[in-house]
Design a protein around this ligand. Structure first.
Ligand code: AMP
Length: 588
């Protein structure tokens, strides 16, 4: 397929803010797309070349793109920077400069989607000596043949900053409209009032099927390919495969124990909520694999976990959901997450750090066992299977401590005991619930003693002044609108950070080092950054506010902790959650 067709779709989608219209544009496009092209097209529509479970990324900085524009169009770097200052966006800059250069444009050769996709993947994989020049050449090669509009989207895609407003919700619905709508005859209403499928029940079933398939595969490209080739039957037959990471189930927050019971029902399972990090542990073909909650593989960083699981978990294949908790090797006391966070990225002296910062694996769920998918079985059954499967060895591998009760006082005692042991709080879990990958459906809720908190992503910051100059000191926070994928501002945070290294907590210096490589735009002291760093922010109240794009602002926001390691911007708090929290606080 020629690239300009895809660019056309980007432009049409950007020109409307209406969700249904976007869905329709996408659905029509997907219908026309040949099955052999569907995977690269879906990824490029999301501004990516790898699915989200794959931890490879393009990883190109603005500097390299400027060099590539110089190489392809012949402008000096200074001229490009000047135009960039004017437009504030490197994609638009490339577009304008291409237009100036090629006024009577007859482009040398037409770009196709395949070239773009394979060059971008090559860029992601280049390493070592000479790789910078190679990357610049690969980008320049594309820009040389690009029309102005193509140049804009190439640059944005290379920088992983596409932002045309195609979120997960729209993509899911577009797949339903494109491949299943002959069955349900959707009446698309351009006035954006509603869509009326002839058979709403069937329509909803298709939407759920596509969503569940996505939760298992973590990749809309793969989902769309199956939908197109094998229709609904292909999607419903999907099984969990040990060895391939699955989205983890997430939990909402309850205000207190009474609220928790109300939301999950009585009796329920109450479990210790350990303050470590989530591990999805697989056994496939005799090998153990460990994934983080963001589904990045960290097996080699945790050799002792591989050993405990091999020895103490029965079965030829399985998928476990667990929390790894650090403990002091002398006193055996549990330690907070920060103390073991360094293990996740560690590449050398692994055995040494494993001894200094040991972890205990607390298993709390099982998703499949010996080839059998268990996610549709009730939680109490899955727990029974766990009890039969895991041989518990304290400070190596154990099951999450659990109490099944319907009694408030008993739950309260258990909660206090968890806090006394240094845990974060407790989880309440519905005994009959299935395991819903990727979902925050409320089958389980957490109770913690802190103020309310939200997981937000940093999208901007401000350089400090005086003794704080050289550091970014005030950070712009955003929640997510899942349909469009937009990040919407909910305020700024500057408290909860430390000035000096060595103090407990996150310093401004660390924040600055994390964010500096992500800067995409600077104006005066303000910078915009790629939305990548996730933080948990506690606050006292949510207020309505016209100053921020979400329409809400947090009162007295404060950094509770840095979650860059365990959370991706894909699973931060959504606008719906902010709205819900706002309305529940009002009614209290
Ligand atoms: P939060 O990170 O505050 O949203 O709380 C959910 C996280 O708590 C999960 O992602 C797990 O990493 C962690 N966790 C600790 N203990 C448990 C448990 N017993 N059951 C489920 N999740 C747990």
């Amino acid at each position: 397929m020629e690239y300009h067709k895809l660019v056309d779709v980007y432009q049409q989608i950007q020109s409307t803010s209406k969700r249904l219209e976007k869905t329709k544009i996408l659905a029509d496009f997907l219908k026309e797309t040949d099955v052999s092209q569907i995977e690269p097209i879906i990824l490029l529509l999301q501004g990516k070349v790898f699915p989200s479970w794959d931890d490879r990324s393009i990883g190109v900085a603005t500097r390299l793109v400027i060099k590539a524009i110089t190489k392809s169009l012949g402008y000096t770097e200074a001229a490009i920077e000047l135009e960039w200052k004017k437009t504030g966006d490197l994609g638009t800059t490339a577009e304008n400069l291409t237009a100036q250069k090629k006024q009577v444009a007859l482009f040398s050769k037409k770009l196709n989607v395949h070239n773009i996709f394979s060059n971008l993947r090559k860029i992601a994989m280049l390493e070592g000596a000479g790789s910078i020049d190679r990357k610049v050449s690969l980008i320049a090669e594309l820009l040389t043949s690009a029309s102005p509009a193509e140049a804009r989207y190439i640059v944005r895609t290379v920088l992983e900053e596409l932002r045309v407003g195609i979120g997960e919700g729209i993509l899911r619905d577009a797949i339903v409209w494109a491949f299943f709508c002959d069955d349900v005859k959707i009446q698309y209403d351009p006035a954006e009032k509603s869509i009326e499928p002839e058979n709403r029940e069937l329509y909803n079933k298709y939407v759920d099927t596509v969503q569940s398939a996505y939760d298992i595969l973590n990749d809309f490209a793969a989902v769309a390919k199956i939908a197109k080739e094998q229709s609904v039957a292909g999607l419903t037959a999907l099984d969990l495969h040990s060895g391939k990471p699955v989205k983890v189930m997430l939990f909402q927050k309850a205000i207190n124990i009474a609220d928790a019971f109300e939301r999950v029902g009585r009796p329920c399972a109450v479990e210790f909520k350990y303050d470590g990090f989530r591990m999805q542990i697989h056994k496939a073909a005799g090998k153990i694999l460990v994934f983080t909650r963001r589904l990045e593989e960290v097996t080699s960083q945790f050799p002792e976990v591989v050993e405990f699981v091999q020895k103490n978990v029965a079965g030829d294949s399985f998928i476990l959901d667990a929390e790894a908790v650090g403990f002091d090797p002398q006193s055996y006391k549990y330690l907070p997450f920060q103390s073991i966070s360094q293990r996740i990225k560690r590449k050398h002296d692994i055995d040494q750090v494993a001894k200094e910062f040991p972890v205990e694996v607390n298993v709390f769920d099982i998703l499949s066992h010996n080839g059998k998918t268990l996610i549709k079985q009730p939680f109490h059954e899955r727990r029974k299977i766990l009890e039969r499967t895991v041989t518990q060895v304290p400070r190596k591998i154990v099951l999450a401590r659990q109490l099944v009760t319907e009694n408030d006082a008993a739950a309260e005692r258990f909660y206090q005991e968890a806090l006394k042991m240094g845990e974060e709080g407790v989880m309440f879990k519905n005994l009959d619930a299935e395991y819903m990958p990727g979902s925050r459906v409320g089958f389980g809720v957490k109770v913690k003693p802190t103020m309310q908190s939200l997981d937000l992503v940093i999208i901007g910051a401000e350089w400090g002044e005086g003794k704080r100059s050289g550091w970014l000191t005030s950070f712009v926070l955003a929640c997510k609108e899942p349909d469009t994928g937009d990040f919407l501002e909910v305020g700024r945070v500057g408290t909860g950070f430390k000035e000096l290294a060595g103090e407990d907590g996150v310093t401004f210096d660390e924040m600055t080092n994390l964010l500096r490589p992500l800067i995409v735009k600077e104006k005066g002291r303000e910078v915009h950054v790629k939305p990548q760093i996730v933080v948990e922010i506690s606050y006292e109240e949510i207020q309505k506010s016209p100053s921020y794009s979400s329409g809400y602002a947090l009162r007295f926001p404060r950094l509770a902790r840095l979650r860059a390691m365990e959370r991706s911007p894909d699973d931060i708090s959504t606008l719906d959650e902010v709205e819900n929290l706002y309305s529940t606080q009002r009614s209290r």
